[in-house]
Design a protein around this ligand. Sequence first.
Ligand code: 3HC
Ligand code: NAI
Length: 700
Amino acid sequence: MSAVETERRGAVAILKLNNPPVNGLGAAVRSGLQAAVKEGLADESVGAFVVAGSGRMFSAGADIREFGKAPPPDVPNLGDLIDEIELSDKPLVAAVHGTAAGGGLELALGCHYRVVAPKTKVGLPEVTLGILPGAGGTQRLPRLTGVETALKLIVEGRLIGVDEAKKYGIVDEIADDPLEAAVAAAERFITSGDRPQRTRERDAGLEAAKTDPSIFEVFRKGMARRARGLNAPYACVRCIEAAVTMPFDEGRAFEHREIMELMNADEARSMRHAFFAEREVAKIPDVPSDTPTHPIETAGVIGCGTMGGGIAMVFANAGIPVTVVESTDEALDAGLEKIRANYAATASKGRLSEDEMNKRLGLITGATAYEALAEADIVVEAVFEEMGVKEEVFGRLDAICKPDAILATNTSTLDVNQIAAATSRPEQVVGTHFFSPANVMRLLENVRGEKSSKEVVATVMKLAKTIGKVGVLVGVCDGFVGNRMLAPYLRESVFLVEEGALPHQVDKVIYDFGFPMGPFQMGDLAGLDVGWRIRKAKAAERPNHLRYSSVADQICEMGRFGQKTSAGWYRYEPGNRNPIPDPEVEALIMKASEEAGITRREISDEEILERCLFPLVNEGARILEEGMALRSSDVDVVWMSGYGFPRHRGGPMFWADTIGLKRIADRMTEFHAEHGELMTPAPLLLELAAAGKSFADFGK
Ligand code: 3HC
Ligand code: NAI
């Protein structure tokens, strides 16, 4: 099978891209397409072309695996190829189904007419890979859609449906069978002798911006917050600006220079890593993709508190009927009411239709008797975080649930193996660690117990996808992957404040690094009382010789629990989430430093970043060494999807590899000497650094 197959339908030559699974436009496809078009142009019996994709989709764009590698000689780059075929005198019609993303859509834009199947998604998501649509997308799209729409679509990188695409002028025709409709359109072109309409010649979309170029400045201002620290979105805007100010060929040359500059920068390398890491995470070496899974058609949730309610919504949102069991009628009513209020809030913002809301609510049934769970395919337990309670619940589930039901716990700190031991079927027990709010947060840590069966692991990994989550398989350890690494990060942020920094200084450094917010703002948002309660409960077991800061406890003792009490590390004006530094907190911090015998000092932004993030990476190294995550890229996925670690840094482990592990090991060694045992460098970090290796090398 060649990468592009030609099929004749009378005078129409159908050129089918054939590069499974997504028809990536790699070297073989580009050469094949170039040769097929040349051949058709030379053949007098060919009057027009249809370009289509075989298999699942038209094309997902350039082959990302080729990025950063030298192209083979004599193979055209995608942009030049599309320019070349657009100039063809014989009409080219694109027949698009499935997806046309990135270079896939750019190819379609280079054709002279576009027919698209109803469920198709189209878009230019290059910016999410740290680059821009460099095969003519920034020059052709605005000519069709107008500059304002093109700016939005290209800078947001989102895929859109066909109705939107038709409204914007990207699509000419929607047809259930796009191939047949494209052939018919090609025949019409042949019969009428109409000259093909080339996108490069359609300048109407550029007119408004020619008259009022301020649109670019306004757009740049509007995107500044989301694009902070990034280069690609700004390069996209510059290219679209070039489409307006330069003739087409010059604009294309400008676009080419811009993409080449982005292609090998850290931003693009990190985002490519993120793209592949998010796909790799679903692959479990000893659980092959053909491992049988249990069908999940009904679910149960125990406990309808903060997490249980959210988890029930997650199932209902995915169309899976779910039964929620609470211990009393009152608790059940309160929990269900919270769910209703949550949906109603989304509906009132126009993000959910009344019909859809009622459909989802109709999928949630409440009960106070465990017998209601007898037929559930999976039960997720989300009761109080106490081993005794969990053991009792799992004992009861064991007695009631059908033999092949999956029994899952949402525990965040307890030993999943001990919970599994409370049943006669530990192979059916697994952890499904959702994050709060469960119906919003994308991360799901699936915790593999010592005895969890491969079928159960495969099922919960598949389930993650069904319910719209990013499932990451982790091992049983305190805090699993995410919270375990969060602990040293939060600890050091408070130590820094005790030593001389202020919360807003620490938060600014972390925000500027690319997180949506720093640790203190995050604490205020999540509520400070939760951690306070846990610290008090664990106070007795805390080793006396280790440094401990009481600043966070003192804040809570003042009744400052964060945003919900309008005061925490910051103060808040009523109805406003803007954190305002509070002199009362600063006074408390000064006093705490004094009581701890610390002379406050100026702390540099660099030290803040390293003190907060290097220990986090260090804990990641321990997690890898202990086998609690399958690979360093899984740790990256946890942090990017669950904790807002900036995607353009590729996650903590990739970021560490980018800096070089020697630097991190050296700094951790210094921190250890200065601050003691809590900063002990992880053996794996030292070992890899000494060998000149990276986390990505580990296990290979
Ligand atoms: N290049 C190389 N491999 C790709 C690819 C691409 N453009 N797109 C997807 N793949 C691979 C995936 O890595 C995965 O491989 P695996 O099976 O070995 O893990 C496989 O194809 C299937 O991909 P998904 O699991 O993502 O399939 P889905 O059906 O869930 O999603 C999709 C389909 C929405 C098209 C999604 O794959 C996607 O978003 N792809 C990337 C789209 C994109 O960003 N295109 C722009 C590329 S850059 C470009 O075109 C530059 C140009 O402007 C010059
Ligand atoms: P919560 O206190 O809000 O809810 C627990 C609910 O369980 C209560 O409504 C209670 O009435 C019910 N319950 C207690 N015992 C029961 C029993 N025997 N049978 C039926 N219902 C019972 O607690 P939350 O925050 O929802 O936590 C639940 C679990 O999720 C805990 O294991 C917690 O560690 C974990 N978790 C919590 C997160 C959070 O941010 N709150 C995040 C991730 C996990």
